[in-house]
Design a protein around this ligand. Structure first.
Ligand SMILES: [Mg+2]
Length: 148
């Protein structure tokens, strides 16, 4: 599967990259604006992201706004339900306002508070039906058939 890590802190990026390396092809960007651009580009390429690990506090555009833009883009393209990318917020912010906003306004699938342990992330991914090394779906402009 294809994974997008969105994180402005170098050390957090490195940790997440290591955690996720067995799951598939991984790309890293450093703010919400780049996240939205990468997300759209991957979709246009016919290889959309299966999973987005999304920080909230970032320069230029934060993770909450990026999440809403990503979901709007999917909606615009008619991507619904199972076809949607799984989005896990990974953030230092553990206040209810941010949690509620991510789930109910943003459509996040999961919310983890830093520091995140690998076992914790593995459990979340398993709960979301994501397994190491297996393609999950294929949507987008040049959709290919992939093994489930
Ligand atoms: Mg941050």
């Amino acid at each position: 599967m294809r994974v997008l890590i969105v994180e402005d802190e170098f050390s957090s990026r490195k940790v997440l990259e290591k955690f996720i390396q067995d799951y598939g092809r991984c790309e890293v960007v450093v703010d919400g604006g780049e996240a939205v651009d990468s997300f759209k580009m991957a979709w246009e390429e016919g290889e959309p992201y299966d999973l987005v690990l999304l920080d909230i506090m970032m320069p230029n555009m934060d993770g909450q706004e990026a999440l809403q833009k990503i979901r709007s883009f999917e909606k615009e393209k008619g991507v619904v339900g199972f076809g949607e990318a799984k989005v896990i917020m990974i953030t230092a912010l553990d206040d209810p306002k941010n949690v509620v906003k991510a789930f109910y306004e943003g459509g996040a699938n999961s919310y983890l508070v830093k520091p995140v342990q690998k076992e914790q992330l593995d459990t979340e991914l398993r709960n979301l039906g994501l397994k190491p090394g297996k393609p999950r779906r294929s949507v987008g402009r040049n959709a290919r058939t992939t093994e489930e």
